[in-house]
Ligand binder design. Structure first.
Ligand SMILES: Cc1cc2nc3c(=O)[nH]c(=O)nc-3n(C[C@H](O)[C@H](O)[C@H](O)COP(=O)(O)OP(=O)(O)OC[C@H]3O[C@@H](n4cnc5c(N)ncnc54)[C@H](O)[C@@H]3O)c2cc1C
Length: 368
């Protein structure tokens, strides 16, 4: 293993911030590449049109000791106003390939830069079941394992057969089985970890015209079915898209409620004993019992009941008018203002309920 790779990943010396990129700083402003439309300039910016270019750009920056930020759809990052003084690699590698087919299933290999919802639409129209409830989620296919993307009772860990990655420490490409990915609730070994560049993901999908069992009560209600029932794939997709659009959770450049990272906070998971004390003191609240004696509480409920309604505004930023969990840029905001709003909400929930909220997106060169 070349030491330069390992050394760089553990090195805490400030990076050389001299941009090697001669592109004017205004053209490297990362706000142009994030759904929040926030974030300062990159030190250098490279667009990787294919996987080989992406791997080479990451390898080169690693050898040269420059920090790397991989950016695909920019829909789950909050970039500081000072930007990122390293190499930003925009992933634009595309491709969808069926790598194995059986009577009942298909395994499809998807390049990491492929837009996620294009893949979902393709799967639905091909009669491949498994990802239909994840319709309308912005961003790339390669980012879905990073936080084990999930919605409406489904998550990508249910269908991922393998993750292909370039390992910066070992300077080699490898395939990782799901058990090696450490998938959890909005987490995996890839999150908050710049060791791996995900180059492609294999999804195992079922050949059938019906959805996987509908697990989420709100979706089942909207479909007019019982939880556990299946519905035609296209019906599942369209219903999810409609529900999401009503909450500002489908990107629409005209709608500032979608200038967000989706949910800003994860739903807190607390020990059952703490939850019992909390409800004894504060009254009943919605919750989902988890495994191993934990309870998950909807962050949106906590935020609303701590006094932060939809539309609650900061400076040029606000809670979405459609969904309490989405913090949005109204057009004139900056990252500092967004994070001030996030801090106000986090502290308010802590004061009212003693529950700590944690950000779901990756914070780049900034913190709350
Ligand atoms: C309106 C809206 C709704 C959303 N709804 C949901 C939802 O329902 N469920 C959900 O889970 N998320 C949701 N999100 C969050 C986001 O869409 C997902 O997390 C998505 O997978 C991020 O993809 P991306 O390509 O935009 O990643 P980026 O924002 O570009 O990157 C996110 C992080 O992943 C890293 N990364 C990205 N690609 C790679 C790669 N190939 N290799 C290594 N690291 C990589 C980046 O370095 C960064 O740390 C929503 C966001 C928005 C704006």
């Amino acid at each position: 293993m070349p030491d330069a790779f390992a050394d760089h990943l553990t090195d805490t010396t400030p990076p050389d911030t001299t941009p090697a990129d001669t592109t004017p700083a205004t053209d490297r402003v990362l706000a142009a590449y994030t759904t929040l439309r926030l974030g300062g300039p990159a030190g250098t910016l490279t667009t990787a049109a294919d996987t080989a270019e992406a791997v080479e750009a990451v390898r080169r920056a690693t050898v040269e000791g420059r920090p790397v930020l991989v950016l695909a759809g920019g829909s789950n990052v909050v970039v500081g106003d000072a930007g990122f003084a390293g190499e930003v690699i925009l992933l634009r590698n595309r491709g969808v390939e069926v790598i194995s087919e059986g009577a009942g299933e298909v395994v499809v290999r998807v390049a990491s830069g492929e837009p996620w919802d294009d893949l979902v639409a393709y799967a639905v129209s091909s009669g491949w079941s498994g990802v239909e409830c994840l319709s309308g989620i912005p961003g790339s296919a390669g980012a879905t394992p990073i936080q084990n993307v999930g919605a409406y009772g489904s998550e990508v860990a249910h269908t991922i057969a393998a993750v292909h990655a370039y390992d910066r420490i070992e300077d080699r490409q490898l395939g990782m089985a799901p058990e090696q990915c450490g998938f959890g609730y909005r987490s995996s070994v890839f999150k908050h970890n710049d060791r791996y560049l995900v180059t492609a993901v294999d999804f195992r999908l079922t050949r059938q015209d019906l959805s996987s069992p509908i697990r989420y009560a709100e979706l089942a209600r909207q479909l007019g079915v019982e939880a556990g029932d299946r519905v035609p794939l296209e019906q599942a997709r369209q219903t999810v898209l409609k529900l999401r659009a009503g909450k500002g959770m489908v990107l629409d450049p005209e709608d500032r409620d979608t200038w967000s990272v989706g949910s800003f906070f994860t739903n807190p998971v607390v020990p059952a004993g703490f939850f019992a004390e909390l409800t004894a003191e504060r009254g009943e609240m919605p919750h989902w019992p988890g495994a191993d004696g934990t309870v998950k509480i909807p962050a949106a409920w906590l935020i609303e009941h701590a006094g932060f309604p939809k539309g609650f505004a900061g400076v040029g930023v606000s809670i979405s008018t459609k969904h309490t969990l989405a913090l949005t840029n109204r057009g004139a905001g900056d990252t500092a203002a967004l994070l001030d709003l996030a801090r106000t909400i986090r502290d308010g929930v802590r004061d009212r309920f003693g529950v700590e909220l944690h950000p779901e997106p990756v914070l780049v060169n900034c913190q709350i």
